[in-house]
Design a protein around this ligand. Structure first.
Ligand SMILES: [Zn+2]
Length: 209
């Protein structure tokens, strides 16, 4: 039976978190990881000191989100909707992505997709089961689908997207009951800054009309 834990923390640092079992199609060692991850969920998500390679702690989540925010800034400088993403593997940033829809004439070039493509090319595999993805905003349905195809281990995102978010805001693509793959989820990391980048972009766009 899949183990699922949901938690909403409402406060200055609001977080959204669902954590669960890895799917049966994962490698056998996933069971070991799972036992450890399950322990972590009872510990406010903070990894024991000797076990940090399994999951990043809240502080390093913020550091990786700062990197994703830098990528959002790159999108902004190119006139794109400022969303950024990084793929992290074994505590290191493997790939960066930022929105390139306009510059690439590419409807699929969301930050998450760009980062996943780069990570896949670097790893030499379309499966990224040991990787985490950090995105400044809740992924849309397309990106959430790509995360499932990539078998991403953990998603961390910043601001919720009430208009298109496919983690929990508009629909639930990730950890859908009828999909096999289970992914650890955490939202609300540096959410204020992630939202502000987008809000100021759209505000400036409205004012320039
Ligand atoms: Zn997307």
């Amino acid at each position: 039976m899949p183990y699922v834990q949901s938690r909403y923390n409402v406060g200055r640092h609001s977080t959204f978190r669902i954590e669960g079992h890895l799917a049966n199609d994962q490698r056998p060692t996933a069971n070991d990881l799972l036992a450890d991850e399950r322990q972590l969920t009872t510990n406010d998500g903070l990894a024991p000191a000797d076990d940090r390679r399994l999951t990043t702690d809240d502080r390093s989540d913020e550091l990786f989100m700062q990197e994703a925010l830098r990528d959002a800034q790159r999108a902004l400088e190119m006139g794109e909707v400022p969303v950024g993403a990084v793929v992290v593997c074994d505590g290191n940033i493997l790939a960066h992505g930022w929105n390139r829809n306009l510059t690439g004439n590419d409807p699929t070039a969301h930050a998450e997709i760009v980062a996943l493509r780069e990570a896949g090319a670097i790893v030499g595999n379309h499966r990224l089961g040991d990787c985490e993805l950090f995105a400044t905003i809740e992924p849309c349905a397309m990106c959430a689908g790509a995360l499932v195809h990539a078998r991403i281990k953990r998603l961390v995102y910043g601001a919720d997207d009430p208009k298109a978010g496919a983690v929990h805001s508009v629909m639930q693509v990730l950890n859908h009951p009828q999909l096999n793959h289970r992914m650890e989820l955490k939202g609300g990391v540096l959410a204020g800054r992630c939202a502000e980048v987008l809000q100021s972009f759209f505000r400036a766009k409205r004012e320039s009309r």
